[in-house]
Ligand binder design. Structure first.
Ligand code: GLU
Length: 306
């Protein structure tokens, strides 16, 4: 079946743009509160190499928690299954920055996509990399095939100045010996990875390896084994949208990952990736328009992994 992706994106854009103004831009990181809330873009990138856009799909934005997938890939490839002794693989059912479960679960985060788990993941990277910020940048630039991707130091510093909750998570986990490096160094790397600036086009392209069995289609380099790729997609499906992961799976039926910058990326294995960006969030911290747009995409195209 030939699908007219461009017409589909145009239709979705028209049908959802009326939702702009109904959510709220993240403001707990002061620099993110400055973002123009009316921006909205979608990009589809197929494994055959075609790219389709609508709206502000080429405007770089703060990827925030979408970065957790890249860093997890890096450490999963390097350290293999040993990482699972330090974090679980179950949905948490709590908000992305919650401290609640850590106390009863002895400092072991439920999964790598809540903040606690992502901080453990970043700690793993610091243990294996002499220059983690450079390594992350090289990794992401190769994935997106864009050498201009960079960190926004204003966003990173703004988060560093107000990052009491992530500092609390790190210190708490360190008391259970689940953080091996200096807390401030982990925090600094984490805030920078979250402050990567990428467009919908960059992100859709950068996630292609997860639709492509672990191989980066831009340089044919294998980054994850088939089994690791399956596991990462499964984690995105069950835990990628915080305490709205079930709703996202119900509405779209796809592995996905969101960030409080308003981006959501989703993967259709062996076929394509899609990234939507609209900075206004719903009460779970996910892009309000992005959730609807992705639901409409799978409904209109009829594509499903099930
Ligand atoms: N840097 C953000 C934080 O740690 C990321 C959260 C997100 O995108 O969900 O609060």
């Amino acid at each position: 079946m030939d699908i007219d992706y461009q017409s589909c994106l145009n239709e979705i854009y028209e049908e959802t743009k009326g939702l702009l103004g109904k959510g709220k831009v993240a403001d707990y990181i002061p620099a993110l509160a400055e973002v123009d809330p009316n921006q909205y873009g979608i990009c589809v990138h197929t494994l055959e190499g075609q790219t389709y856009y609508v709206g502000d799909a080429k405007t770089p934005f703060s990827i925030q928690s979408i970065s957790k997938v890249f860093v997890l890939s890096m450490v999963f490839a390097a350290l293999g299954d040993s990482i699972w002794s330090r974090m679980g693989r179950e949905p948490s059912g709590s908000s992305f920055n919650s401290l609640v479960l850590l106390e009863t679960e002895n400092g072991k985060p439920r999964n790598p996509f809540i903040n606690a788990g992502a901080l453990v993941t970043t700690d793993c990277l610091l243990s294996i990399s002499k220059n983690p910020l450079k390594d992350i940048l090289v990794y992401v630039r190769n994935l997106a095939n864009n050498k201009y991707i960079n960190y926004d130091s204003v966003v990173a510093n703004s988060e560093m100045e107000t990052n009491f909750r992530n500092a609390a998570l790190l210190n708490f986990m360190k008391s259970f010996s689940n953080i091996n490096n200096d807390v401030n160094e982990v925090l600094n790397t984490y805030c920078h990875q979250c402050a990567l600036m990428m467009s919908c086009e960059d992100i859709a392209k950068a996630f292609s390896y997860l639709a492509n069995g672990g191989i980066n289609p831009f340089n044919n380099k294998r980054l994850l084994t088939l089994s690791q790729t399956k596991r990462l997609n499964a984690l995105m499906q069950t835990c990628g949208l915080y305490d709205e992961s079930g709703e996202f799976a119900f509405c779209t039926g796809l592995p996905g990952k969101s960030g409080v910058g308003g981006g959501i990326v989703a993967i259709i294995p062996k076929l394509l990736t899609i990234c939507v960006w609209s900075p206004e969030l719903n009460k779970h911290g996910n892009s309000l328009v992005g959730m609807k747009a992705l639901e409409l995409f799978t409904t209109k195209t009829g594509i499903s992994i099930f």
